[in-house]
Ligand binder design. Structure first.
Ligand code: ZN
Length: 531
């Protein structure tokens, strides 16, 4: 940015300034003030500190009413309303039309007229990053803000720095940081030799250390047997990233994994042999690996693939496909030129994405039309398999795996919803994948994922109807037609986590400041994408 923000901005001055943001601001200053009064009073801040950083919050003794909104419940039932949603002490205490005579006092009121309320989104596959290239630190708050702005109120981190993530989890639960709630699934330490004893010990240690589940993969059959048996004994859920290896989805399904991430192992289980890789294939070479991965579904036997997918359903194995993170493979130019990069792409992230064989997923150097054609075929077969899986009752969840291959935190998750619609699901089903299903996979469906009385108040107030256009959830907003003209609209207005409302435009203004600051420090600039 050009100049630092004033140390003590006047609230009334700050509000007009925020309207420089691309999205129309539909909240009235009075409502924003009311909401700020809620979140700031218990946090003990004074008025001048309310604007930035984002409202620090208190989890208790708050009463919030969202008035006159349409409600998307979360489990696939049609939207209903207009209704009022009442939140007290971080929980939903009422959903319905108001009855006269009931006390209507509240610490804050959000006018939901013309808006939709839906459950917060569960991101079932993500990673926190503190930098993407070592020379440019990337503040983790950048990612937290982006996720909240995209409506993500719960994340499942797979792998990552276990100790740090557990600390962030505790801070998020205590309400001392602005962040989605976090579930931590580390990779267990399986020992040098990966003997059955070492593997079992590693699983038990992860349990003792407080893991919420495990990320697994890269295992031979005997190792997988030991690991999943011990995980079941310890009551730890498991998420599998299956590479091209001895075990395929068939092994993981048979032995009782909870979710399969991405797609690789699924196609591999339907090959009837090994992958038909060219003789020069080197799996350590990212360019080789990702180009050839785009051919795996086409190599699979269609009947065998259906059988694998049906077996997943029978065994209760969920699928977290992360469609969005591979999308650059089918359309590199699109991925490299998304309209939110100039304002919101951190230079650390931008540098990481430049093609480099040393960096995971930065493989698009010399990407060809043939590579893209293969990946487009791959997506068609993958999406058909997903649709079949969903139609048979399989549990599909949404994860963005962002921070790689031009998938930006939060934006990737909303793109994931669009791709699930492209696969053939109704938007109402897609929102079920993103909410109820995610909560179910995490074992939190008794408290999360629905706009239901007694559930935790993780709620989104959306400018418009996301069932009409899932892109309305994009933190950048989208084109909305008004009298035949394109107007920049949409976006989530408020993301509410644990009953605490976060104003999305403010979160995004802060993201922009973080990006400006890093660029001003000479740490990078947005360049045009590479054709
Ligand atoms: Zn991942």
């Amino acid at each position: 940015m050009d100049a630092p923000e004033p140390a003590a901005p006047d609230l009334t001055m700050k509000l007009p300034a925020l309207t420089r943001d691309r999205r129309p601001r539909r909240v009235t200053p009075m409502l924003w003030l009311l909401a700020l009064a809620v979140v700031s009073s218990a946090a003990g801040t004074d008025a001048t500190q309310r604007v930035a950083p984002p409202p620090l919050h208190a989890r208790t003794a708050q009463r919030l009413i969202i008035e006159n909104a349409m409600v998307i419940y979360g489990n696939g039932r049609p939207a209903f309303g207009p209704a009022d949603v009442v939140v007290e002490d971080g929980r939903i205490t009422r959903v319905g039309t108001w009855t006269t005579g009931t006390a209507r006092t509240a610490d804050a009121v959000i006018d939901g007229t013309g808006k939709y309320v839906m459950p917060g989104i569960v991101n079932t596959h993500m990673h926190w990053h503190e930098w993407r290239v070592p020379s440019i630190p990337q503040p983790v708050q950048y990612e937290r803000n982006l996720y909240l702005a995209a409506g993500v109120t719960t994340v499942r981190e797979l792998g990552g720095n276990f100790r740090t993530s557990k600390r962030w989890q505790a801070e998020s639960d205590a309400g001392t940081i602005v962040s989605p709630r976090i579930l931590v699934y580390p990779r267990p330490d399986l020992g040098l030799l990966r003997t059955s004893e070492q593997i079992r010990l590693g699983v038990r240690r992860a349990k003792q250390d407080g893991a919420d589940g495990l990320k697994i993969g890269g295992l031979d059959r005997d190792q997988l047997e030991a690991l999943l048996d011990e995980a079941h004994r310890q009551g730890l859920r498991t998420a599998a990233h299956i590479g091209v290896e001895e075990t395929t989805a068939a092994d993981y399904i048979e032995l009782g994994v909870d979710s399969i991430e991405h797609f690789y192992g699924v196609a591999d289980a339907a090959l009837g042999g090994v992958q038909r890789f060219p003789p020069g294939m080197n799996y350590s070479d990212e360019r080789h690996r990702f180009a050839r991965a785009g051919e795996l579904f086409a190599q699979a036997d269609p009947e065998a693939l259906r059988a694998v997918v049906e077996s997943m359903v029978e065994h209760g194995v969920a699928w977290s496909p992360t469609l969005s993170v591979y999308e650059a493979s089918r359309d590199a130019v699109r991925a490299q030129n998304l309209p939110w990069y100039p304002d919101y792409l951190h230079p650390s992230m931008e540098a990481f994405w430049q093609p480099d064989p040393e960096r995971h997923g930065s493989y698009l150097a010399g990407w060809t039309s043939s590579d893209e054609a293969a990946w487009r075929r791959n997506y068609r077969i993958w999406m058909d398999a997903l649709l079949h899986f969903g139609r048979r009752g399989g549990l599909i969840t949404t994860g963005d795996d962002a921070g790689y291959i031009y998938s930006l935190y939060g934006f990737g998750l909303i793109r994931e919803l669009e791709l699930l619609e492209e696969a053939g699901f109704h938007p109402l089903e897609v929102l079920t994948h993103a909410t109820t299903n995610g909560a179910k996979l995490l074992g939190l469906d008794d408290r999360l994922g629905r706009v239901r009385v007694g559930y935790l108040a993780d709620l989104l107030v959306v400018n418009g109807n996301p069932l009409e256009n899932l892109r309305l959830l994009n933190p950048y907003g989208t084109s909305v037609a008004v009298d035949g003209r394109s107007v920049h609209g949409g976006g989530i207005e408020w993301t509410i986590k644990d009953g605490v409302p976060y104003h999305v435009s403010t979160l995004m203004a802060e993201v922009r400041d973080m990006v400006d600051e890093a660029r001003a420090a000479g740490r990078g600039r947005v360049t045009a994408g590479q054709p």
